[in-house]
Design a protein around this ligand. Structure first.
Ligand SMILES: *Cc1c(COP(=O)(O)O)cnc(C)c1O
Length: 419
């Protein structure tokens, strides 16, 4: 069966034909047959250079040989144990050694679980109820954070099924706006447990914090006894060996991981200062548990991945990112087509927008019709990027110079068509 037939069939058994909403791009998504390195092949026989990379996890590209080798060995000796294994200590220690603000870590199964638990921990630790997030930030699919969320922009972001009572303690303010956050903190600080943010907003495209903004949040949290949580499900091990806190020089109290930390297998984690983390059960009374927590397959994938990520690796990835971004900037033409080329390290995106994108409000003004035609041109010409203006493109170390040259040439054609 081809992708179209499979999609029609899937719709009979799986809501919308997909297991996660952003995947349902129009007219129908291609169905994967296999993937290796920088490439993914569909059942229709087409090959794509992949800059979606499963929305972030695959910093080594698809099916990295070392990761697959180690995981195959682990498969032979157990897929899940229900008792602790030394592997968990090994990965925990690797994270603690690399990330200056992590002293202890708990492994869970997804980014969603990680933010859910980190928020509970912040509430338990501070004995306060409210959390503050930023408009357009995505922290997973659980109730507390589905207030003005980003991610994909494929569906209406305001989900049914979430009681107002559940979200009344979630406040949301515009990103990169010091006045807005300061005002809401001053009005609510007695009951604010945490400020949670994506240090780089990767779920409305790619929006960096203004210079000094993270430092400002750190100081605000210190002044009002509020925990600062970095949701690093995307930026963790993506921006730098020591994650976004190391990259920007500002350390949070708690951090959440997902995507890269499982090396292509399902996993999430949250960590931070020992004093806070020790409140997690069984050493403390903030409950968190999971049948598959610390799963040996995912943990092995994580170890085999993190082992390959040294400072030289990040320098090479940044060079690849700079190559793409510098070429994209050349395609700008202020008279015919306004473009904003954004990104850092191995993240990039183009906004079809007249303004510099500092927050969700501005991101939403992007011309999504133009984006869709850009996406479709790339797809028909063998380059797969996330199917939404409000996602971010990723680069892996498996992307060769030839891949990147092909990609920028294809992007140039797509942009010339739009002018
Ligand atoms: C993907 C993502 C999540 C959710 O992670 P899942 O593993 O999909 O549950 C949370 N926060 C951010 C910033 C993400 O990008």
């Amino acid at each position: 069966m081809n992708s179209k037939e499979l999609f029609d069939l899937a719709k009979n058994y799986i809501p919308g034909g997909v297991s996660s909403p952003v995947r349902a791009f129009k007219p129908y998504p291609f169905f994967a047959k296999r993937a290796k390195g920088s490439k993914i092949w569909d059942v229709d026989g087409k090959e794509y250079i992949d800059h979606c990379l499963a929305y972030g996890p695959l910093i080594l590209g698809h099916s990295n040989d070392k990761v697959i080798g180690d995981v195959k060995k682990q498969l032979e000796i157990g897929t899940t144990y229900g008792v602790p294994s030394e592997l968990e200590i090994k990965l925990a220690k690797m994270v603690v050694d690399r990330v200056p603000y992590v002293e202890m870590i708990r492994f869970v199964n997804s980014g969603t679980e990680a933010t859910m638990a980190a928020i509970r921990l912040a509430r338990g630790f501070t004995s306060k109820n409210k959390i503050i997030k930023f408009d357009g930030a995505y922290h997973g699919a659980h109730d507390y954070v589905l207030v003005k969320p980003g991610s994909g922009g494929m569906t209406s972001p305001d989900s049914l099924g979430i009681p107002k009572d559940t979200t009344k303690n979630t406040l949301s303010v515009p990103f990169n706006n010091e006045e807005a956050i300061e005002t809401i903190v001053k009005e609510n600080y007695e009951d604010v447990a945490a400020i949670i943010l994506e240090p780089v907003m990767g779920n409305i495209g790619c929006v960096e914090p203004k210079t000094g903004f993270l430092k400002f949040l750190r100081a605000l949290c210190d002044e009002y006894n509020i925990l600062l949580i970095f949701d690093e499900v995307i930026t963790g091990f993506r921006l730098s060996r020591g994650c976004a806190g190391e990259y920007f020089g500002v350390y949070p109290d708690l951090v959440t991981f997902g995507k890269i930390i499982g090396g292509g297998f399902p996993m999430g984690a949250f960590g931070g200062k020992k004093e806070i983390m020790e409140n997690i059960a069984p050493s403390g009374s903030v409950y968190q548990a999971g049948t598959f927590n610390g799963n040996p397959i995912s943990v092995t994938g994580g170890i085999a991945t993190l082992n390959q990520l040294d400072y030289g690796f990040y320098k090479d990835l940044k060079d690849k990112g700079d190559f793409i971004r510098n070429r994209l900037v050349e395609f700008k033409d202020e008279n015919l087509l306004k473009l904003q080329v954004v990104g850092l390290a191995s993240m990039f995106q183009i906004y079809f927008n007249n303004e510099k994108v500092l927050n969700y409000e501005i991101a939403k003004k992007s011309d999504t019709d133009k984006f869709n035609s850009y996406f479709n041109h790339l797809l028909s010409n063998g380059v797969f990027i996330p199917p939404s203006q409000f996602e971010c493109c990723f680069i892996s170390n498996a992307h060769s110079d030839e891949d990147l040259e092909n990609v920028v040439n294809t992007i140039e054609e797509a942009i010339l068509k739009l002018k």
